[in-house]
Design a protein around this ligand. Structure first.
Ligand code: NOJ
Length: 759
């Protein structure tokens, strides 16, 4: 029997790890955030610093190493050469660099600073280590599909081990922005649309990166980004304005940031977007009242890449000086890439426009964080060329990448048990992602190499399938001359088609907003032509967001969502295709029928005219051309088992100060073992603030042997029934609640209701 008692803190660690959490030393991380340890030597150091040196400690720049290769992931900018950057660092004009490459770069810069600079303040080396360093794990939204926060903690730990081995002290991760609009390309970088999943993965990733001791040579400081509500960009357009009520901010968008900070993240990044008219980078309410006063965050806030300077174009700051002033006064401790702090802070203080104490406070936080990272004691603690090599792409991290890869795969459909495939079948592997060293790692990889990743054709052959033809059939966004004819011929000669189609790395990620979240037309033409052969098709989707599936793709008997899986892509996919592993992934973001349903999220409100199930009734909240439901909802995912849910056991009432046990039996009547993700949803029928039609409150992965039954039991507390009242304070009201333990946000599963009674 599985018993899950969820307290808010414990919930942040993930259902599978709750018992371990209560007794783990990592627990201290939650408590460590109340204050920042600032040893006396830091204040003594600040007393010796010139204003220019103070401004320098608050200025972070992209590394110019190798001509600034890694900055290709950001807009181009001109700056000094690597040698010039070393000179700046020695002159005290730099706190550190980001996205440089490796221990050799760090060694050269740190050596110069520790030998030649006046105050010998160590540099900090940062990087976008988003889903792996050299070993690449699935894109974060794919990893979230595992519904296993422990897995995210383990991959983050492995990434930290590799990255810290290469001289990296600080990662710009996790991105914890809720993504309710799949047109937004950065869905791939977060944990999807749900608040609870967002909180659990945020906390797990922080713990994984930071470990138990930030000073350890395998710990990397986490950075909660992008603060705040970056994922709520109007019309899913990256960088666009955000206009949200404080209620929606606090109920939906802010909790994952809070969870990440509560888990001990010592840094955060201000987001590019404005919120209700004020850029996040100048938003005092967010950075002072919410972050510092309410959440007691003691660490540092860095701007996003030129985020302070961009307030000029946004129509908020007059010029660079004004932008620097607004950002530092609002609480951005460190400026990334614009150089505005170096250029303007000294004069801003001298003229009285910015109090000296404000700058000193940010410098103090920055030096304290460097100290927590062990940089003052051991400036070369993470810089070791031999260690860098020894830790890179180890057997263990590649094995973890394969495990994470297969756990990320979501099987949307498997009509007639087409999957798993027989290795001896004649397989036509068709599509632009069938083979080749491209689009394996994903859009947000600085250090991993697609050339080292396993493509699908190789994975299928590694699995022992010998009768496999490979045909591209189409480019990703353009047709391939003769491609469709070749693909049709290959399909005709085979027993079964594996159709590898989807989005390229360039189609999702930062700045890749899509008005239509559909498959490109040339790939659809390929799918239609192949379907006409009548051969059974297994669609293997590559994607960084939820897609609206149409035509032959939607109608294919089997569909796997494989995201971007990283180093072991092909092997992980083959594990699922041939049944070495029974898929267990669940959608962290709903797949709508049509793009026009976006923003779409399962936890919507009912409205006063909800559309009934069944035939259409006029004057209801419904689209003319699409159902209200998702084609594949949040939480959906099939396995190779056949899982059924029994009746719900729930007492009719829950006492005000009591707890309520709810349980059901899940049974695997199939012939294969599987893992089922049982999800607990509630609906507060009537409340002083209308509540969503369903809200995820807990989930648990249950292993089921063929023929096995398990009782899944959740314990509800009153805290789990809370919502924000009219005054935006947590409240609970007595009344009737619907409750489900179900396999998805749209499935009935085991359903019931109870009454919360007061007195
Ligand atoms: C801009 C992105 O928004 C942010 O996520 C990233 O960390 C920085 N660029 C630095 O590369």
């Amino acid at each position: 029997m599985t018993d899950i008692r969820i307290s808010r803190r414990a919930a942040l660690l993930g259902a599978g790890a709750i018992a371990a959490w209560a007794s783990s030393p990592a627990r201290a991380l939650f408590q460590a955030t109340d204050s920042l340890a600032v040893p006396a030597f830091i204040d003594a150091l600040i007393a010796k610093m010139t204003l220019e040196e103070k401004a320098g400690q608050l200025q972070l720049m992209a590394s110019a190493w190798g001509g600034g290769v890694a900055t290709a992931l950001n807009p181009p900018s001109t700056g000094p050469s690597f040698e010039g950057q070393i000179a700046d660092a020695v002159a005290g004009k730099l706190t550190g660099v980001f996205n440089g490459n490796g221990a050799e770069m760090a060694r050269r810069m740190q050596t110069a600073v520790m030998k030649q600079s006046r105050l010998k303040i160590p540099l900090i080396f940062a990087a976008d280590v988003i889903h792996g360093h050299r070993t690449i794990f699935p894109v974060p939204v794919g990893e979230a599909a595992s519904f296993e926060p422990d897995l995210a903690m383990r991959t983050a730990r492995a990434a930290a081990y590799e990255a810290a081995g290469a001289g990296i002290d600080w990662t710009f991760f996790p991105m914890v922005d809720i993504a309710r609009d799949q047109r937004w390309g950065r869905t791939m970088e977060g944990a999807g649309e749900d608040v609870l999943v967002g909180e659990l993965f945020a906390a797990a990733r922080v713990k994984g990166f930071q470990g138990k001791d930030l000073a350890a040579n395998d710990a990397v400081m986490a950075c909660i980004k992008h603060f705040a509500a970056y994922g709520a960009a109007e019309s899913g357009l990256d960088y666009n304005s955000v206009d949200l009520s404080e209620r929606t901010l606090r109920e939906i968008y802010l909790p994952p940031y809070e969870a990440g900070f509560a888990a001990g993240a010592m840094s955060g990044m201000a987001s590019f977007n404005e919120i209700n008219g004020i850029p996040a980078t100048a938003n005092k309410w967010l950075m002072q009242e919410v972050l510092r006063d309410e959440w007691k965050f003691p660490g540092i806030i860095v701007s996003d890449y030129t985020g302070d300077e961009e307030m000029i174009a946004a129509g908020y700051a007059r010029d660079g000086r004004d932008a620097a002033r607004l950002a530092i006064l609002a609480g951005v401790d460190m400026s990334m890439q614009s150089n505005l702090y170096t250029l303007h802070l000294p004069e801003l203080v001298r003229s009285g426009a910015v109090p000296q104490a404000v700058v000193d406070r940010s410098v103090r936080r920055t030096l304290a964080v460097k100290n927590m990272l062990g940089l003052f004691d051991k400036p070369f603690g993470r810089i070791d060329l031999k260690r860098e090599k020894a830790r890179s792409r180890t057997k263990a991290s590649l094995a973890l990448s394969r495990e994470a890869g297969r756990k990320a795969i979501v099987m949307l459909k498997n009509d007639g048990d087409l999957l798993p495939l027989d290795k001896s079948a004649k397989i036509a592997l068709i599509g632009p992602f069938a083979s080749g060293q491209h689009d394996l790692n994903g859009p947000w990889v600085v250090y991993g190499d697609n050339a080292q990743a396993i493509d699908l054709a190789t994975g299928i052959r590694n699995a022992g399938a010998r009768n496999v033809s490979v045909t591209l059939g189409s480019g990703v966004e353009a047709p391939l001359a003769g491609g469709i004819d070749a693909a049709v011929a290959a399909a005709q000669a085979a027993d079964i088609v594996v159709l590898a189609i989807g989005e390229s790395e360039g189609m999702s990620g930062e700045a890749q907003s899509r008005a239509d979240i559909v498959l490109p037309e040339p790939q659809m033409a390929l799918a239609e032509a192949v379907a006409k052969t009548g051969k059974p098709i297994v669609v293997v989707l590559k994607n960084g967001r939820a897609l609206a599936l149409h035509g032959a793709v939607k109608d294919a008997p089997a569909i796997l969502v494989t995201w971007f899986l990283g180093s072991e892509s092909g092997n992980a996919t083959a594990d699922v295709l041939f049944g070495v592993y029974s898929p267990a992934g669940r959608l962290p973001c709903s797949f709508p029928y049509e793009s026009g349903q976006e923003p779409y999220h399962y936890d919507h409100k009912a409205t006063g005219r909800p559309a009934p199930d069944g035939p259409r009734v006029p004057y209801k909240a419904q689209w003319r051309s699409a159902p209200n439901a998702a084609l594949y909802p949040f939480g959906h995912g099939l396995t190779y088992g056949k899982v059924g849910y029994g009746a719900l056991t729930v007492a009719p009432t829950m006492a005000w100060d009591g707890r309520l046990e709810v349980s059901t039996t899940v049974t695997n009547s199939g012939k294969r073992a599987c893992e089922e993700v049982a999800q607990l949803y509630i609906h507060d029928r009537t409340a002083s603030i209308t509540q969503p039609v369903r809200k995820l409150k807990a989930f648990h992965k249950v292993a089921l042997a063929p023929g096995a039954s398990e009782t899944v039991k959740f314990t509800l507390t009153r805290e789990m029934l809370q919502f924000l009242g009219e005054d935006l304070k947590p409240t609970v009201e007595p009344g009737t609640f619907d409750i489900w333990i179900a396999p998805s946000a749209q499935a009935d599963g085991a359903k019931g209701s109870f009454e919360l009674v007061k007195g």
